[in-house]
Design a protein around this ligand. Sequence first.
Ligand code: PMP
Length: 405
Amino acid sequence: MSILSKFDALARTFEKLGPPDANPLRVTFDKINSSTEGVINGKTTILLGTNNYLGLTFDADCIEESVSAVRRFGTGTTGSRVANGSYAGHRDLEKNLAEYFGRKHGMVFSTGYQANLSMLSTLAGHGDYLILDSDSHASIYDGARLGHAEVIRFRHNDPADLRKRLSRIKDAPGSKLVVVEGIYSMLGDSSPLADIAAVKREMGAYLLVDEAHSMGVLGAKGRGLAEHAGVEADVDFIVGTFSKSLGSVGGFCVSDIDGFDVLRLACRPYVFTASLPPAVIASTTQALRRLSEDQTLRVRLGENARRLYDGLRGLGFHVGPEASPIVSVEVDNAEIAVKAWNALLAGGLYVNLALPPATPTSRPLLRASISAAHTPRQIDTAVALFAQVGVELGIISPSSVPVAM
Ligand code: PMP
C-alpha cells in the first residue's frame, strides 16, 4: 500500500473533474496580457477570477519599482529576518502600513496565510480562547490548530451567537480573541462588524479582523471594513495580504498594542521562514502609496462590482447577499459546475470553481472576482456568456435573458 493511499478518494474526485486540459483545478495560463486578460489553451480569455481588485499587477510604477529593486538588492533575501537581518525596505513598508492604518506597529510576513498562522497561533496560547466565525478562511483555522488556545466557533455573521458563546467563558481567566473577516472570500458577504465590535466591548474580548478581501475595497481611504463601519478603534489587530488589492505577495498585521514587537520572536511562521524578496517589497510599497493617495481605483472597483452583481442577479443566477468584488454563482451540483466552468472558459471567460467542502453552503460555486481594471465591455461580455451558458445548462430560465443579449 502506498503512503499516499489515504488520499485515494481525493485523487478520484480530482480525476473526475475532467482530463488535464479541461480540469478546473489544473488550469494553466499560457500568457498574461494584462491584469484582466490572459491566454489559456491558446485562447484569449477575460480573467474574472484573480483577486486583482485594483488591477495593480501591471501598474507601470509598481513594475518600475520592482525592477529597480531587483537590480539594486538582488533576487532574494535568502533568509529569515531574525537570523539574517532585515532590509530597509521591510522596515519602511512596516512603517508605511502602520501609518496608513493609523496604528503604532506593523509587521510583514511572507504570505497572508503566514500572517494568520502567526497571529492566531501566537496571540492566543494555553488557557486562552479563540472565537472564530464558522466561515473563516483555512489560514485562520490552520493558525488555530498551530496554537494551543481553546477554539470556539460561532455561527457565521451572527453577533447574538457570538455573544452567547462569549458569555459562557466571560469569567474564565484566559484572554479571548474574536476573529472575523472583512469580506468573506467565497460569497463576498461582509461581517456585521459594528455589532461584533459591540459584543467584543461588552465581553472584554480582543478583536482581530482579516481585511484580506476588503483592503483597497471598503472605507473612504480603502482601509477596509473596520474603516467603512466606523469601528477601527475597537479592532485590536488588523491582518491583511499583499496578494489581492496590492498585486504582489505577502501579508501583514498592524496594531496599537503595547509590546507588539515581541511577536517577532514568538511567531514561528515569521521566525522560521525567508523574508519577502526586495522586488516584492518595492512593488507593494508603491501599490500602498497609490492606494493611500488615490481613491479613484477603489471607486471604479465599486462601480464594476455593482455592474457584474446586478447583471448576474438580474439574469436569475443565485448570487451572494450583497454587491462586492467577489460575485459567486451557486449551482446545484459539481457536474453542472464543471460543465459550466468549461463552457465559460471555451467562450473566453475564466472564473474560479469552488467545490464543497470549501464552500460555505455545501453547493459548488462559480466564483468571479472583479477588478477596477475591467472595462464595462468586458463585464458585459462576461454577463452575456454567463447568460448563454446558464440557459444551455438549465441553471437559469431562458425567459430571464433579455432578447438583445
Ligand atoms: N485570509 C483570507 C480571508 C484569504 O481569503 C486568503 C487567501 N485567499 C488569505 C488570508 C491568505 O492570503 P495569501 O493568499 O496572500 O497567503
